[in-house]
Write a protein that binds this ligand. Structure first.
Ligand code: CA
Length: 236
């Protein structure tokens, strides 16, 4: 079955260009021209990926992203028109998985779309393989921390945590390689896409966010420990 992409863009020409090119790649496409419609469509159609413009009528892309983040784990690729938007997209609370600054080439967009969707697919296969092999179940449990791989949910003391997709991916990767020292390079390569060439600072920032959520005392972490000069180790 082809993967579903929701395009949220109010500029008609760009909307049509995106739709046309993505359909050529055999993706199933839904289109929204404003933020409210985007929310509704995302809830109704449960897309595999959302392309989200920022300046939108009704509700802007930042708000849409913020709301959807709490409801689903769908990857979100933000389309930004201004430099000062980029700061907010990659900034702390947004939770977008990637962004493209306008104007962008269709080739670049398709490459990003493909990379994001591939990661989702690998994730699902990974979860299934782990379940079948019997090495571990679909649920990884570490004391009061529970990672449900099938539902992509994390609970601490039974309470659902809201993790951004990358935080979740990072946590699962760490958990699957418990007690191994993992360098920032390895984490960048496995959890992010190597081709993105984003700095190792990205890893540190995500580790910081994860600690805030899963550690009893984030200032003195015992679950994700720092291995000086190398990277991190998950203790469980
Ligand atoms: Ca716009």
């Amino acid at each position: 079955m082809s993967q579903k992409i929701l395009i949220v863009e109010d500029e008609l020409t760009l909307q049509e260009t995106l739709e046309y090119n993505l359909k050529l790649q055999d993706y199933q496409i839904d289109v929204a021209g404003d933020g409210m419609t985007a929310l509704q469509l995302a809830r109704d159609t449960q897309p595999d990926l959302i392309l989200l413009d920022i300046m939108l009528p009704e509700l802007d892309g930042f708000e849409v992203c913020r709301i959807l983040r709490k409801e689903m784990n769908v990857p979100i690729l933000m389309l930004t028109a201004r430099d000062n938007e980029i700061d907010r997209v990659v900034g702390l609370e947004m939770g977008a998985d990637d962004y493209l600054a306008k104007p962008f080439s269709m080739r670049e967009l398709l490459a990003r779309v493909k990379a994001l969707l591939r990661r989702v697919r690998l994730d699902k296969e990974d979860a299934r393989a782990t379940g079948e092999s019997g090495v571990s179940s679909d649920v990884l449990t570490f004391d009061n921390l529970l990672i449900d791989l099938t539902r992509r949910e994390v609970r601490k003391d039974g309470e659902l945590l809201f993790l951004k997709p990358k935080e979740y991916d990072l946590l699962v990767y760490l958990a699957r390689h418990r007690r191994q020292v993992l360098s920032r390079d390895i984490l960048l390569q496995r959890v992010w896409d190597w081709s993105y060439r984003i700095g190792s600072r990205t890893v540190d920032v995500h580790i910081h966010w994860l600690r805030e959520k899963i550690e009893a005392d984030p200032a003195n972490p015992t679950r994700i420990v720092t291995v000086r000069g190398v990277g991190y180790r998950f203790e469980g």
